[in-house]
Design a protein around this ligand. Structure first.
Ligand SMILES: Cc1cc2nc3c(=O)[nH]c(=O)nc-3n(C[C@H](O)[C@H](O)[C@H](O)COP(=O)(O)OP(=O)(O)OC[C@H]3O[C@@H](n4cnc5c(N)ncnc54)[C@H](O)[C@@H]3O)c2cc1C
Length: 289
């Protein structure tokens, strides 16, 4: 939405193609506490406010699913489920999906104790006990982040060893409030009105126990789906679009903004920043700069 606003305000003719809800992942969270200008705001409300700016800027809105992108001379064909559109430049801002745990209780407590983003929601669990599920770089990074603000962090991982870089292992080792619960898998999230714990199964003994926690952070990975664009732009092994800090990709006239691109911090503020940069570079590209 930010890319569309900046591009339209710069005088370009902009079509915003969205297959779901304007606001994307934002719409799935109750509280956002780290978007400057708002002490706290609901995800749907921030989405709505951004959407009002999109319509005020005169962006054309299209509800459709982008299936692929093809070169057409110096232009691009954006092939959607219902129609095909031609564009002089394309900004890809299709985001990511968060991998779910797929265990009982997850849906019921999503946004009420179950979180997929430690940087977003960690502050709600300040001084409390939480669990982090996963054993890769993001899980260990999340555990270290939460170790700094929570009372105790249980790091639950199905293998004996973490599959994270050494620097993340060193980081969690420096916290004495992070407890490793290796060779365990989550079985069920428990609670009544509020989340009270997580049931885990020991893969070596098959025994099940409940760890009392107020929050569960799933850090089992993000799913980036850029198959539709892989033939046009370079993507990483994990499926993120490779771009520079101005959101310029390997294909002339194609830019990538937000969570979909290879980057360190996936947040609303960084997605918006990318949107603005991508639109600016798209304008320069179209002006032959
Ligand atoms: C539960 C939760 C809580 C969060 N809390 C915070 C928080 O407190 N603070 C914070 O800064 N960040 C938070 N985040 C992260 C933040 O929401 C994301 O970093 C941000 O939304 C990324 O924006 P984006 O536009 O890059 O991608 P997305 O928000 O993922 O939006 C991508 C959009 O593209 C659409 N799309 C995808 N594929 C296609 C296609 N083929 N055709 C057409 N449309 C398509 C999707 O429907 C979606 O609307 C949270 C995320 C989640 C899941």
């Amino acid at each position: 939405m930010t890319a569309a606003i900046y591009a339209a305000d710069a005088g370009l003719s902009v079509r915003l193609i969205e297959k779901g809800m304007y606001g994307g992942q934002m719409t799935t969270t109750d509280r956002i506490e780290n978007y400057p200008g708002f002490k706290e705001i609901a995800g749907w409300e921030l989405s709505q406010r951004m959407f009002e700016c999109v319509t005020a800027s005169g962006v054309s809105l299209t509800s459709d699913n982008v299936l692929s992108l093809e070169r057409s001379g110096t232009n691009y064909k954006v092939i959607c489920q219902k129609e095909t559109y031609e564009a002089n430049a394309v900004i890809i801002a299709n985001g990511v999906a968060r991998r779910k745990l797929d265990i009982p209780g997850e849906k019921e407590f999503a946004g009420r104790g179950v979180s997929y983003c430690a940087v977003c929601d960690g502050n709600f669990f300040r001084g409390r006990d939480v669990a982090v599920i996963g054993g890769g770089n993001s899980a260990l990074e999340d555990a270290a982040y939460l170790g700094g603000i929570c009372n105790r962090v249980f790091l639950i991982h199905r293998r004996d060893e973490f599959r994270a870089d050494e620097k993340y292992v060193r980081a969690i080792n420096s916290f004495d409030n992070i407890e490793r619960v290796t060779s365990h898998v989550p079985v069920r999230i428990v609670g009544n009105e509020t989340l009270t714990g997580i049931e885990v199964r020991d893969l070596k003994t098959d025994s099940v126990r409940t760890i009392p926690v107020s929050g569960v952070f799933a850090a089992t990975g993000l799913i980036s789906d850029n198959n539709a664009f892989a033939g046009i732009v370079n993507v990483t092994d994990e499926g993120y679009i490779v771009s520079d800090e101005n959101c310029v990709t390997s294909a002339p006239g194609v830019f990538a903004a937000g969570d979909t691109r290879q980057k360190k911090l996936r947040q609303i503020v960084t997605a918006c920043a990318d949107g603005a940069s991508a639109a600016k570079r798209a304008l320069e590209y179209l002006n032959g700069v």
